[in-house]
Design a protein around this ligand. Structure first.
Ligand code: HEC
Length: 134
């Protein structure tokens, strides 16, 4: 092969390496992993909230910890949004009274409905959800 051809090949090879070297620069790498990183963080945050990292809504607490008994009225639990079953309790003790009993437990109702990671306010929100509209 002629020297000119060799030089041509060499130039091409150097050019290819230069382009690759540019792509591998720190900035290019950061740019490339950035979107994946953001998606990852957002996913973890969503998981944390679902796992109880954030404040749960009354409905979420109910679905997670109260529905098992209060959905069907197991062991005489007052049923979801059934006024006839909640009203006498509210008349007698008021919202604060039944809230306190939910925290302490009453008869077959376990303290906090056995929701270990529910805050006082989350228990209250769940009660408000159960008596909503009655
Ligand atoms: C293992 C079944 C069970 C679970 C789980 C449960 N409850 Fe209950 N709950 C009961 C029963 C049974 C009663 C009725 C107790 C009684 O008055 O004899 C009751 C009563 C209550 C009352 C009325 C208390 C009063 O003073 O009249 C509230 C409020 C309440 N539950 C809230 C909750 C909340 C909020 C959750 C979920 C975080 C929950 N419960 C989960 C069984 C359960």
């Amino acid at each position: 092969m002629k020297l000119k051809t060799w030089l041509g090949i060499l130039t091409a090879v150097v050019a290819v390496f230069t382009v690759q070297a540019q792509d591998m620069s720190e900035e290019a790498i950061k740019e490339r992993i950035k979107p994946a990183g953001s998606v990852y963080v957002a996913g973890v945050e969503a998981e944390t909230a679902a796992a109880g990292g954030g404040v749960k809504s009354g409905e979420e607490v109910y679905n997670q910890a109260c529905m098992a008994c209060h959905g069907a009225g197991v062991l005489g639990a007052p049923k979801l949004q059934v006024a006839a079953e909640w009203q006498p309790r509210l008349d007698e003790r008021g919202l604060d009274g039944i809230w306190q009993n939910a925290l302490d437990g009453i008869n077959a109702m376990p303290p906090r409905g056995a929701c270990g990671n529910c805050s006082d306010d989350e228990i209250k929100a769940a009660i408000e959800y159960m008596i909503e509209g009655i």
